[in-house]
Design a protein around this ligand. Structure first.
Ligand code: UDP
Length: 471
């Protein structure tokens, strides 16, 4: 990457695990290819990745954080008032004019500022090509609003594979396209291009399709989590782990290879006690060992005042401890470390894009339990296209806002976990397939690999643009 020189790239991530972690990793990937990167953040946001960036700086890697002198607490979605950040962002950009700025799609307001200053703006969407194609074609070819049944499966038109979804599994914007904010749409339409955290070999037909049908320019640069190579890199990804990492690894060391299922629903979703209870019963009945991450618990309106509504069956933790069968992590787990441990043989996941990619890269097949956002389409990629997962059988959006629509019963959990974790030809084949994809993911980011080349191609393009003084 020596010929790439020093292109000045800014990154403006959205707050929150699933968007922030991969964008910071993307910034680190570009610096490792010779760019200088600056991450723009608010003061509280910057604390989330300060350690990681400081470590990079100490090793001479040209990456910095610029903290805007303004704060917006509790950023939860694209529709928040960001007025206080406008002026500081404009001032900073004007005085430092970067060669490009990579902006999360949930910062449409920032796009307005960047476009006004005519800085090349690149969108970071946080998902892969497959979900983008699925949603792109639904928007293009289907009148969802007038669809009468919520649960009747329909086939998404014009895709390389047969992909079936139901209205109840679609994002709110897809269900009500008229409510899709114009600003969000403009973010991509008017951009210089899009960076995708995926790799060509994972979804070749959809990468091609994306390039042809959906966007003008696309750089597929992942899996960016693979830039986290050291133990510290893998643990300092935004939040400190709630458990002692060494203790967790020691526990896993005591287990047979591929015998433990890792259970986690990502960084945002909060499950209600009644759903957690079903998971506990299901895991116990499966007879399999597990590491289960339980983040904040969703309290129902009427139980808001109650401190601790029960979410575990009587004596559950004692039983799991005595039999050494399960580890519950209350809070934040070192997910990359856990997934890469040889004792892990499956991942029960909500199919967030990052979790999905991280599982694939670790060569771990999945029990898929999508809840919201584009997770139902990610599930289809895992189970129907790549055939490296078993569906738990969730049928509709749950976990957005305070409502919790669907409680998946313990039997479904038990059946899916057993199906993935027990010795069967089907499960063995899934294991072989996912390990093969993991290898191709590793190759993609190595010198000469597809993602490696895309990173260099973007840097080269920005450099040429700079030399030629183009707008
Ligand atoms: N994550 C983690 N520890 C946790 C929960 C999540 O490290 O206890 C990380 C996980 O590795 C992934 C990100 O948080 O990189 C979650 O992103 P994803 O897209 O899977 O889901 P989201 O949080 O956006 O729903």
């Amino acid at each position: 990457a020596t010929e790439t020189g020093s292109v000045k790239m800014f990154f403006f991530p959205f707050v929150g695990g699933g968007h922030q972690i991969p964008m910071i990793d993307t910034a680190r990937v570009f610096t490792s290819h010779g760019a200088t990167s600056t991450i723009i953040a608010t003061p509280s946001h910057a604390l989330n990745f300060q350690k990681l960036v400081t470590r990079d700086q100490n090793s001479g890697i040209p990456i910095t954080i610029h903290t805007l002198p303004a704060e917006i607490p509790n950023i939860t979605g694209p529709n928040i008032d960001t007025t206080v950040l406008l002026q500081p962002l404009r001032t900073f950009l004007l005085s430092h004019l970067p060669d490009c700025i990579v902006i999360d799609m949930f910062h449409p307001w920032a796009s307005d500022v960047v476009d006004e200053l005519q800085i090349p703006r690149i969108v970071f969407t946080g998902t892969g090509c497959f979900p983008r194609c699925v949603y792109g074609n639904i928007r293009k070819y289907i009148d969802i609003e007038s669809m009468s049944s919520d649960y009747e499966p329909f086939v998404v038109p014009n895709l390389p594979h047969k992909v079936e979804l139901t209205k109840s599994q679609l994002s709110i914007f897809a269900r009500n396209p008229s409510k899709f904010p114009d600003r969000m749409k403009n973010v991509e339409d008017k951009s210089f291009g899009t960076i995708i955290n995926s790799f060509y070999e994972l979804e070749p037909e959809y990468a091609d399709y994306t390039r042809k049908e959906i966007w003008k320019k696309v750089w597929i640069v992942g899996p960016v989590s693979l830039c986290n190579r050291s133990l510290e890199d893998k643990t300092q990804r935004g939040k400190s782990s709630t458990i002692d990492e060494q203790g967790c690894l020691k526990w896993l060391n005591s287990k047979e290879p591929s015998s433990v299922i890792y259970v986690s629903f990502g960084s945002m979703v909060r499950l209600p006690p009644k759903q957690l209870m079903e998971i506990a019963y299901g895991l116990e009945a499966s007879g399999k060992s597990f590491v289960w991450v339980v983040r904040e618990i969703l309290k129902s309106e009427k139980n808001k005042e109650e401190e601790d509504e029960r979410w575990l069956p009587e004596g559950f933790e004692e039983r799991m401890k005595e039999s050494n069968r399960g580890l519950i992590v209350r809070g934040w787990a070192p997910q990359l470390l856990i997934l890469e441990h040889g004792a892990i043989g499956g991942f029960l996941t909500h199919c967030g894009w990052n979790s999905t990619l991280e599982a694939v890269c670790a060569g771990v097949p999945m029990v898929t339990w999508p809840l919201m956002a584009e997770q139902f389409s990610n599930e289809k990629l895992v189970t129907d296209v790549l055939m490296i997962g078993v569906q738990v059988g969730s049928r509709e959006w749950s976990g957005f806002g305070e409502e919790w629509k669907e409680v998946v019963g313990r039997e479904k959990v038990e059946i899916a976990v057993k199906k993935l974790m027990e010795e069967s030809e089907e499960a063995a084949e899934m294991r072989v397939r996912v390990k093969k994809i993991a290898e191709s993911g590793k190759r993609a980011v190595e010198e000469g690999g597809t993602s490696y080349q895309d990173v260099d191609a973007l840097i080269r393009e920005l450099k040429e643009r700079k030399v030629n003084g183009q707008d």
